[in-house]
Design a protein around this ligand. Structure first.
Ligand code: G
Ligand code: G
Ligand code: MN
Ligand code: NA
Length: 250
């Protein structure tokens, strides 16, 4: 209860901030995207991670105003970055099921002056199960706008390969649990290899999440994974540190 009250105050008083984690293009050795990850600057508790409030916000619907703030802020921030650097925003099921995601996205893009192809929306598989046709037409409209769509946390939840055919994904993000087991376990390697090949055959790009070591990076590179994300490159950083990451890599 208290948390919910605090969350309402946080929305009214603008207590959220975005941190950004880079995605590295392995061929170019350059950052091609930053994923926006929300944090709550709570007056008493300090910086609260999303795991502690996104679930509640999804249940009580507050994810809608929070998600709108995230989208607007992420587009505004990205408009100051080089043209070949995109921004990725996580979209929760509750947002996707509302009719106004398209209008909200268009407003955020135009308010920021950001080209649609520089925005990528990350969708988890769980949302695809229900309301299939509504979700599909929303994603189709966003694709028509030029916005890019990524399947987040691929391989967890209720993976169905048919989703890759039914929905207009531009990218697959392999869940970090597979990357964590990559060194030394042949099963995880087989799944990663198959997912990379699948993405190539379907004409989608691929990102490996949760890359934490040089060893994992070497395997992914050898298997033809094009983009990596994880602590080995950088943890999520405040906006003020995006510039120095770009100076270093790009
Ligand atoms: O940043 P961190 O690693 O703690 O993120 C934990 C989880 O919170 C991840 O699953 C991430 O997708 C989710 N998350 C972070 N920011 C947002 C956001 O702006 N919107 C939604 N819906 N989820 C987010
Ligand atoms: O569900 P999603 O992929 O959006 O989650 C992003 C979350 O993953 C963020 O909370 C981020 O902090 C976390 N994360 C990013 N890179 C790594 C990593 O290399 N290792 C681990 N353990 N977590 C990571
Ligand atoms: Mn994500
Ligand atoms: Na993910």
């Amino acid at each position: 209860r208290q948390l919910e009250t605090d969350l309402r105050t946080a929305i009214a008083e603008g207590q959220f901030e975005l941190h950004y984690q880079p995605l590295l293009d392995m061929k170019k050795g350059a950052i091609n995207c930053f994923e926006a990850l929300v944090r709550w600057r709570h007056p008493a508790r300090g910086l609260v991670p999303p795991a502690d409030f996104i679930g509640l916000a999804e249940e009580n619907g507050l994810i809608v105003p929070i998600g709108e703030w995230v989208m607007r802020q992420a587009c505004k921030d990205a408009a100051d970055w080089p043209d070949d650097v995109s921004v990725a925003v996580n979209v929760s099921p509750a947002q996707l099921k509302r009719g106004d995601l398209i209008a909200m996205t268009m407003n955020a893009l135009s308010a920021a002056g950001l080209a649609p192809h520089r925005l990528e929306l990350e969708i988890t598989e769980a949302v695809l199960i229900s309301d299939e046709s509504d979700v599909r037409s929303t994603l189709d409209s966003l694709t028509t706008l030029g916005v890019r769509i990524a399947m987040d946390d691929f391989g967890t939840g209720y993976s169905s390969l048919s989703y890759l055919r039914t929905f207009p994904f531009n990218k697959i993000k392999i869940d970090r649990s597979f990357i964590a087991e990559l060194v030394g376990t042949s099963d995880a390697l087989s799944i990663v290899q198959a997912t990379i090949q699948l993405s190539q055959k379907l004409g989608m790009t691929i990102t490996a999440e949760g890359v934490e070591s040089e060893e994992q990076l070497a395997i992914l590179s050898a298997e033809g994974c094009t983009t990596i994300q994880g602590y080995h490159i950088s943890r999520p950083v405040p906006l003020a540190e995006v510039g120095s990451l770009l100076d270093f890599y790009n």
